[in-house]
Design a protein around this ligand. Structure first.
Ligand code: 5GP
Ligand code: MG
Ligand code: MG
Length: 201
């Protein structure tokens, strides 16, 4: 069984659906951060922090989503990564995420958009929000490919005029593909799907 698609039980979000949704999210972000079209109430670029947002991908899971998203955002953004370790091993979170690789860009007074693969319990976001607030980010938005609201344990209060952008609401399955892994494998699948149960053993 060499071909990866033989490992997948079911495709939840196809390549085409993802691409379409990524375009929509990028348009919303572009609109919300454009000074002249800022009617929807996104962070104003004419305020004291007068630069385009810093888009921060949470490694490794967000790498494909981030790459596709930023190419469709029509603003002079900056891009950086942060690494957070939250999973011990397998599919159960340790619940205590730690930042294991910090940002390179100084986000003091900047609008930050955190790009995530999936928001599950919310522990990772809560940890990142504390970190970015302590660094003086003037607003923090979230752009996540997937959201599992039914699994939330901590609610994350958006900072400043930050917004929550979400690609798809995801049912409560452990999913892989388009950046998401099981034991560091399957990130390169172009879609999001559920693994066959025998792949976990
Ligand atoms: P949270 O801290 O919100 O519980 O979870 C955040 C991290 O858990 C995600 O960034 C992701 O790395 C991992 N995670 C949560 N659900 C899934 C899933 O269904 N599949 C995969 N591959 N990772 C997940
Ligand atoms: Mg993640
Ligand atoms: Mg993972």
């Amino acid at each position: 069984m060499a071909a990866m698609e033989n490992h997948i039980e079911k495709i939840l979000f196809t390549e085409k659906q993802i691409s379409q949704r990524v375009s929509e999210l990028a348009s919303q972000i572009t609109l919300n951060f454009s000074p002249s079209t800022n009617i929807g109430g996104g962070p104003l670029l004419s305020s004291s922090s007068s630069s385009a947002p810093v888009v921060v991908g949470v490694a490794t899971g967000a790498f494909l989503f981030l790459a596709d998203l930023v190419r469709k955002i029509n603003l002079p953004i900056s891009v950086d990564f942060v690494r957070v370790e939250s999973y011990g091993s397998g599919t159960v979170s340790s619940g205590k995420p730690k930042i294991s690789c910090d940002l390179k860009i100084d986000v003091t007074g900047k609008h930050v958009i955190l790009v995530e693969d999936v928001v599950d319990t919310g522990n990772t976001l809560a940890c990142l929000f504390e970190h970015l607030k302590s660094k003086g980010a003037s607003s923090i938005s979230v752009c996540t490919l997937l959201d599992k609201p039914s699994r939330r344990k901590v609610n994350v209060e958006l900072v400043g005029e930050g917004k929550f952008y979400c690609g798809f609401e995801c049912p409560d399955y452990f999913v892989v593909g388009y950046g998401l892994d099981f034991a560091e494998v399957y990130r390169n699948l172009p879609y999001v799907g559920i693994l066959k149960p025998e792949m976990y053993s």
